[in-house]
Design a protein around this ligand. Structure first.
Ligand SMILES: O=C(O)CCC(=O)C(=O)O
Length: 259
């Protein structure tokens, strides 16, 4: 079982569990209304383009969409959620000056989908450094996640595994959580979407945050039109990447952080 925390849990307890198991559940972290509003904003995009990303890895009975901040304004309340950023601060800021969104992806697992291949989100980077997490990921439950409808599989402790140990689904536990909860996991933990054996789809929003000196997985400068990016508050603009990392990395004229 993954350790589960309510919204008023003490941050140090939550961080200790995340470091130990590689994943935790934040139960009922936002109201159903917010989850429903984000889901409603994303719905037409899932229906229009959600099949385009189908593949052996993403599944053929799963819809996926990206460019989330272009499609859903309310998603900013999840992406910039204070508790999530406190967690990202604790895990990432020891290793960088600031961090940014890695990627944002809406994922709707449809009835009949098979389990996704277990993977580590930080596999997109070619090296791993012991003791340093490249990213933190968050899967927001926009529907209830259950054992039957595709609740995410996670292998607790697998962030500490040394290659080449292979992950087995039998080593995993599933994230079972009500709508409005969030599964938070380290970039190095083995995990994957579950099979959907029900007759209803399961929607989640996966946001990753990565060290500020890494290349972002999703190119937000190209996926979010500039005028849309400009319309968000500074906190969200910075998360999208509109900031330097210190004085020199990613510098641009009139950088408010110097240079
Ligand atoms: O949808 C899920 O539960 C997990 C999806 C996932 O881990 C991924 O596609 O990277």
């Amino acid at each position: 079982m993954l350790k589960t925390f309510d919204p008023l849990a003490a941050l140090p307890d939550l961080i200790a569990a995340l470091r130990q198991d590689g994943a935790v559940i934040l139960r009922n972290q936002v109201a159903h209304d917010l989850a429903d509003e984000v889901a409603a904003e994303l719905r037409p995009h899932f229906d229009r383009i959600g099949k385009a990303a189908q593949s052996d890895f993403n599944g053929y009975k799963t819809l996926r969409i990206s460019s989330i901040l272009k499609r859903s304004r309310r998603s900013a309340d999840l992406i910039g959620h204070a508790r999530i950023l406190e967690i990202a601060d604790a895990i990432l800021l020891p290793h960088c000056i600031n961090y940014r969104i890695g990627s944002c992806t809406g994922i709707e697992i449809w009835p009949g989908e098979a389990p996704q291949r277990l993977h580590r989100d930080d596999g997109i980077y070619p090296i791993r450094m012991p003791g340093v997490e490249w990213q933190v990921s968050v899967n927001w439950a926009l529907d209830e996640f259950t054992l039957e409808n595709g609740g995410t599989h996670v292998i607790p402790g697998s962030h500490n595994w040394k290659e080449p140990r292979l992950p087995l689904e039998s080593d995993s536990v599933q994230a079972v959580m009500p709508k409005g909860s969030a599964l938070v996991y380290l970039g190095s933990v083995w995990h994957g979407g579950g099979a959907n054996r029900t007759n209803k789809a399961r929607m989640g929003l996966v946001n990753t945050y990565s060290l500020g000196w890494l290349r972002q997985e999703e190119n937000h400068y190209l996926s979010i039109p500039r005028e849309v990016a400009d319309s968000y508050p500074e906190k969200i603009r910075r998360l999208m990447g509109y900031q330097g990392h210190g004085r020199l990395l990613g510098w641009y004229p009139h950088n408010p952080d110097g240079y």
